[in-house]
Design a protein around this ligand. Structure first.
Ligand code: ACM
Ligand code: ZN
Length: 554
């Protein structure tokens, strides 16, 4: 950190008197801001003009009677307080002094998430065409200030920054089923998304090992499905189990609170109810929804299990529609993620009800797909239709391309890029999240003995950084279907919040440059040089980040 005095050229003879006078008026040392943050802004024009000096007396103004812009001002005041220890006054523009930080709306800025930041000795102006754009301007400004600049004045060099994200979908995922994390931590995770200028939180809320959404309609989901009676020890299928019951669920009030918390930070929460596989927790409570009728156990192990929802049973759809009614009521997101991954067909093959459905719906095998594959399509399309009728669209994992794709589905391509390529060519929107770049449950070092137990794989920071979400095989027309990219954190082997942090930080920083920056501007060496300043924020905020690429810290 560069520390200098505000008045470095005072003649020596007068220095003592000056220092005494300055001490009397609360003189502080200054530090200089550095706009080379993560993700790096698109265009930055530094000038030789005098900088702006941010002091405890600097005010932040917002357009009068604009609540979201007022909240932006309050966020900025809070962010600056976290670094400096002093909170800046926020006030409407008509009451603000001329010199200071001004938050403004400017309809001429074309991208809704784009912003402009102008700094000169007279002040700082952060503009966007929407409050969301202005929120994105707050992030580089706060990251340009050293994370711990306690009681210092900040010299903000004169600059004009014009910036906008490359992708409209910039996501992070968190599985709270295999391990369950407190609501306060979920909020902290959302704070991390905001810091990294992401806009979507994909919340994986139901799976074999636990159902985490309170249901008023199906109370056994809370009584039974939210708790597993035992949990496998060590690797999956080790045969050894911990006995204490494990689980929990979020109340609807808590879920709504998270949605609101995220919305204030311009982050959309997309809930995932994974179907028709990964449903053992629900089946344990409602065994009549499975092909065999059970009994079933909230799953104590990790993996893929043959017992899935029975597609031949109308009760299954009454259940799914009832669940979706509650989910839509809690989550206003345009997209609802309905999973579709890893649903074995074995039970359907042997189930009279499922086979009857295959006959009545005339589902047929061809050389590529079995009738049971088409049964999955039938299920996904039926749930999709229900959600479409309520104004929502679905996201599904790339398995939903097997058979016929549900008509309006957005595909999350996880088993590589191929699913995404196929979907884009079929005219479907795509989110890229291929395992080999985006699975943060994979090891981040080859020195596995020094790492906590992980599911396998190897995704170092540099690999995440190297992701190019738009495959060169696509035409420019097809490429428009690539909405963005996301990293996923599955938590079979991640039981604590500290471990979650260790797995996502700083790989999430690498992802943020993939999501935000234009590909030609990305540079891994430059990223590594800028990372220590961001890591100061992680450290200050008590996050347990991995240090593999932060050489001097190892
Ligand atoms: C997945 O990782 N099963 C989508
Ligand atoms: Zn069945």
């Amino acid at each position: 950190m560069k520390i200098s005095a505000s008045f470095p050229f005072a003649p020596l003879t007068k220095l003592c008197a000056l220092v005494a006078a300055l001490a009397g008026i609360g003189w502080s040392p200054t530090v200089e801001a550095d706009y080379h943050v993560i993700p790096l802004p698109l265009e930055m024009k530094l000038s030789d003009e005098a900088p702006f000096e941010l002091t405890p007396r600097t005010s932040i103004s917002y357009p009068a009677d604009n609540a979201p812009m007022q909240r932006n001002a309050e966020f900025l005041s809070e962010y600056i307080a976290q670094a400096t220890g002093y909170a800046l006054q926020t006030l409407p523009a008509d009451k603000a002094p001329k010199k200071g930080i001004v938050l403004a709306l400017d309809p001429a800025i074309t991208q809704p998430e784009g912003y402009r930041m102008e700094v000169n000795s007279g002040g700082v102006k952060l503009s966007g065409s929407t409050p969301q754009g202005v929120f994105h301007a707050l992030q580089p400004l706060r990251k340009s200030i050293p994370a711990t600049a306690t009681d210092t004045h900040i010299l903000l060099p004169a600059v004009t920054i014009e910036d906008a994200p490359r992708f409209a979908y910039r996501g992070m995922h968190l599985d709270v089923c295999r391990h369950f994390f407190p609501i306060e931590f979920v909020k902290r995770y959302i704070d991390l998304l905001a810091l990294h200028q992401m806009n979507t939180f994909h919340w994986h809320l139901t799976d074999d090992q636990g159902w985490r959404i309170e249901s008023k309609r199906f109370p056994r989901l809370n009584e039974i499905s939210s708790m597993r009676q035992r949990t496998v020890v060590g690797k999956a299928h080790s045969g050894e189990y911990d006995e204490p019951p494990y689980g929990g669920y979020y109340t609807q009030e808590q879920l709504r609170d998270v949605v609101e918390y995220a919305a204030q930070r311009y982050i959309t929460v997309i809930p995932e109810v994974d179907l028709p596989g990964h449903m053992l927790a629900a089946l344990a409570a409602y065994p009549e929804l499975g092909c065999t009728g059970g009994p079933y156990e909230v799953c104590p192990d990790w993996g893929i299990f043959p017992d899935v929802l029975c597609i031949g049973n109308e009760q299954t759809f009454a259940f799914l529609e009832g669940v979706m009614d509650e989910v839509m009521d809690i989550f206003p997101s345009h997209y609802i993620h309905i999973g579709g991954d890893e649903a074995p067909r074995t039970r359907w093959h042997d189930c009279p009800k499922c086979q009857a459905r295959i006959r009545t719906e005339h589902l047929q095998s061809d050389g590529k797909h079995s009738a049971e594959d088409r049964l999955q399509t039938y299920c996904m399309a039926r749930v999709e239709r229900y959600l479409n009728e309520h104004g929502r669209d679905i996201i599904g994992w790339d398995e939903i391309l097997e058979g016929d794709v549900a008509p309006n589905a957005t595909i999350m391509s996880w088993r590589g890029m191929q699913g995404g390529i196929k979907a884009a060519r079929l005219g479907h929107d795509v989110i890229m999240t291929p395992t080999s770049y985006c699975y943060l449950d994979y090891y981040q070092s080859e020195d596995r003995d020094k790492e906590p137990l992980a599911i396998g794989g190897f995704v170092p920071v540099e690999k995440v950084y190297s992701l190019e979400p738009v495959p060169t095989e696509l035409t420019s027309e097809e490429a428009r279907h690539i909405l963005g990219a996301q990293c996923n954190l599955w938590t079979e082997y991640i039981a604590t919040t500290e471990h979650v942090e260790y797995m996502v930080l700083p790989r999430m920083a690498a992802l943020s440059e993939v999501q935000w920056m234009q590909p030609e501007a990305k540079d891994y060496d430059s990223f590594l040089q800028r990372l220590p300043r961001l890591a100061e924020f992680y450290r200050r905020d008590g996050d347990n980040y991995a240090k593999h690429v932060l050489v001097e810290e190892k």
